[in-house]
Design a protein around this ligand. Structure first.
Ligand SMILES: O=P(O)(O)OC[C@H]1O[C@H](OP(=O)(O)OP(=O)(O)O)[C@H](O)[C@@H]1O
Length: 254
């Protein structure tokens, strides 16, 4: 009985979202599907049972560090570029910024895809983890950030520490962060094994704290997209595990 209610609530939520997307002819659907298939094919995305740093037992795991070949980077960066081209008005950002280390390749490759696939010309920059004290020195490599509107590109936001540090650094350089793009939004409330009542996700927290709470943090794939994909591809056992996790830890604020 409890299982029935649980899956009905989750299914309704996912179904509603799919309906909304279809209504708007979501241009990201094809990119998402290829992204998920590619990630699964090399084990960057896995379904099963995984212990997270938070203490939670997750039915899936994502490691963007494994997306490390030309074709996989093409899939990843093309997805970021399509998301940016469709979700952020062209005149709203000047520079892509990739936090070291994983964000570096993302920023460069996405700038290339924006130019190649969307005729959008944008600069990119990234930071040094350890400040360089000789030569030109400094924290930033690449485009100057002073007076620029900056989109941060990273693989994931977990606790939000890396993004906060990036925002601090960009602000110190005189830039303004206008959005954050990640590959995966786990859409789960922060905290440990127990959920803090009224808690929100790290993504929502970053959005509320730094970006005015207007939904300027975007993801190529969200947890609900993974559930919809599994459902569409007949992986019902994984759907059940994902739904159970969603019911326990999923955000209810989007
Ligand atoms: O939201 P958080 O809790 O900060 O976790 C997410 C960050 O952690 C990883 O990077 P990491 O800082 O490990 O550096 P790396 O890119 O050099 O692996 C990842 O690439 C994100 O930047």
């Amino acid at each position: 009985m409890a299982d029935t209610v649980l899956s009905t609530v989750t299914e309704a939520y996912v179904r509603q979202d799919s309906a909304n997307q279809e209504e708007q002819r979501d241009p990201m659907e094809g990119f998402r599907s290829i992204f998920i298939s590619d990630a699964l094919s090399i084990g960057a995305l896995k379904f099963g049972s995984f212990a997270l740093k938070s203490g939670r037992s997750s039915p899936y795991f994502f490691n963007a560090g494994l997306l490390c070949s030309g074709p996989l980077l093409d899939t990843l960066a093309s997805s970021y570029a399509a998301l940016i081209a469709t979700q952020y008005p062209r005149d709203s950002f000047d520079v892509l910024f990739g936090p070291a280390y994983k964000g570096i390749a993302l920023a460069g490759a996405t700038a290339l895809c924006l130019h190649r696939d969307h005729a959008i010309s944008v600069s990119y920059a990234y930071n040094r983890k350890e400040a360089k004290t000789h030569g030109e020195g400094g924290w930033v490599v690449g485009a100057e950030l002073k007076g620029k509107r900056v989109l941060i590109l990273d693989d994931v936001i977990t606790a939000g520490t890396a993004i906060r540090q990036a925002i601090d650094g960009i602000t110190n350089e005189g830039g303004t962060v206008v959005g954050v793009v990640v590959a995966l939004d786990r859409e789960e409330v922060g905290g440990g094994i127990e959920v803090v009542p009224g808690g929100k996700s790290a993504v929502k927290d970053v959005d509320d704290t730094f970006l005015g709470g207007k939904g300027a943090v975007k993801a190529v794939v969200r947890m609900r997209d993974l559930i919809a994909w599994l459902d569409k591809n007949g992986r019902q056992d994984d759907v059940v595990s994902m739904q159970a996790y969603w019911e326990k830890y999923g955000v209810k604020d989007v």
